[in-house]
Design a protein around this ligand. Structure first.
Ligand code: KIV
Ligand code: ZN
Length: 385
């Protein structure tokens, strides 16, 4: 099967940085941008230049240091926004302006107090203006997830005719189910004249915990760019998580998809983003959470120790983690206990492990997790009876 590249558009520095408490200074943004480029992302959304002088400077600085990835600046469909973004991106090797406007009736009525026709006019004008500055213009149809499909298709057709090279179909409120989001993308693929002249992009929020599933469903339906963030950071419940998309694609070659992400750098970058943004990663977070490669129940530990693939679909080294962890709790079994003792240098017989296991359970019932120090004490108690 011919491989189809899925372009990875990282918006950690824009949508991710909008999260309360995640604000970065220029140096931090530039450092992360360079790391994102090393990771292999295709497009770095560096910021929203008109939003503040600091963000303008960040986009400008990132534009100077990034040599391979496309550098993108966000704008509204507003002349001044586009002019300022073009200025901030002037030094970029591959600049992209990301402009757009609300597409759902809800946004058209409450945010813009206008008509669908006027939205198309403003969108077309914005794309044409942006194309005067850069050859690569991405258009976002905000709240496309809840937009009327026939109107969305008209809007997308108009902006492609105006010169948009990428059309972003955001599920801004994280509302869609995967099959609904996929149907939206399929509809555009099949009904928009000129769609072959643009890349369709997925930008899914995680309000229902479906952002990654929706983005993958969108790609299967024909999108070729996924917008995502490290650790899934982003407005409210966050965006599609980059590490989840990259690993889902890597683990499912039958999709025919490939990305340029070097997965062995994922864990380090996740930690760097978490530390720099002072935003802890939940322990059970897929791919990069502390527990992503930990086994704690007896049944799982026994299987894992016989053959890792019984309970692991990813070798931790694939994402830059050292080894899987065998955590000892009151739910652990004898094989895990013997394994941890062996790691500490104690090679006990089966009878000895049986005897130690009863004592271990007493400690484990009293504590959340049994440590190496606890095991040392247990081992000594056996030796001294
Ligand atoms: O969620 C959204 O719709 C956005 C756009 C600005 C792309 O972040
Ligand atoms: Zn967003």
């Amino acid at each position: 099967m011919a491989e189809e590249k899925i372009y990875i558009f990282d918006t950690t520095l824009r949508d991710g940085e909008q999260v309360p408490g995640c604000k970065l200074n220029n140096q931090e943004k530039t450092k992360l941008a360079l790391k994102l480029e090393e990771l292999g992302v295709d497009i770095i959304e560096a910021g929203f230049p008109i939003s503040s002088p600091g963000d303008f400077q960040s986009v400008e600085e990132i534009s100077t240091v990034i040599k391979n990835a496309t550098v993108c600046g966000l704008t509204r469909a507003v002349q001044k926004d586009i002019e300022v973004a073009a200025e901030a991106l002037k030094k970029a090797v591959r600049p992209r302006i990301h402009t757009g406007i609300g597409a759902s009736d809800n946004h058209i009525k409450y945010k813009f107090n206008t008509t669908r026709e006027n939205i198309i006019e403003r969108a077309v004008a914005a794309v044409k203006l942006a194309r005067n500055f850069v050859p690569d213009v991405e258009f976002y149809a905000e709240d496309a997830g809840r937009a009327d499909l026939v109107f969305l298709a008209q809007l997308i057709e108009a902006v492609i005719a105006a010169g948009a090279t990428v059309v972003n179909i955001p599920d801004t409120t994280g509302f869609c189910l995967p099959h609904q989001y996929a149907e939206k993308i399929s509809y555009l693929v099949n009904n928009v004249k000129g769609i072959e002249n643009a890349i369709i992009s997925c930008h899914c929020h995680n309000d229902l915990g479906l952002a990654t599933a929706n983005s993958l469903a969108g790609a299967i339906a024909g999108a070729r760019q996924i917008e995502c963030t490290i650790n899934g950071l982003g407005e409210r419940a966050g965006n599609t998580s980059l590490e989840e998309v990259a690993m889902a694609i890597k683990k499912h070659p039958e999709t025919g998809f490939t990305t340029s992400i070097d997965s062995t750098k994922l864990l380090d970058l996740s930690k760097l983003v978490s530390d720099t943004m002072r935003m802890p990663v939940q322990p059970n977070k897929a791919i990069v959470g502390d527990n992503a490669f930990s086994h704690s129940s007896g049944i799982h530990q026994d299987g894992f120790l016989k053959e890792a693939t019984t309970y692991e679909i990813i070798d931790p080294r694939e994402v830059g983690a050292d080894v899987s962890k065998i955590v000892l709790t009151a739910r652990s079994g004898r094989s895990a206990l013997a394994f941890r003792f062996r790691k500490l240098g104690f090679d006990f017989t089966r009878d000895e492990v049986d005897e130690l296991y009863a004592k271990f359970l007493e400690v484990a019932d009293a504590k959340k997790e049994v440590s190496d120090e606890d095991l040392q004490e247990l081992a000594v108690s056996l030796k001294t009876v």
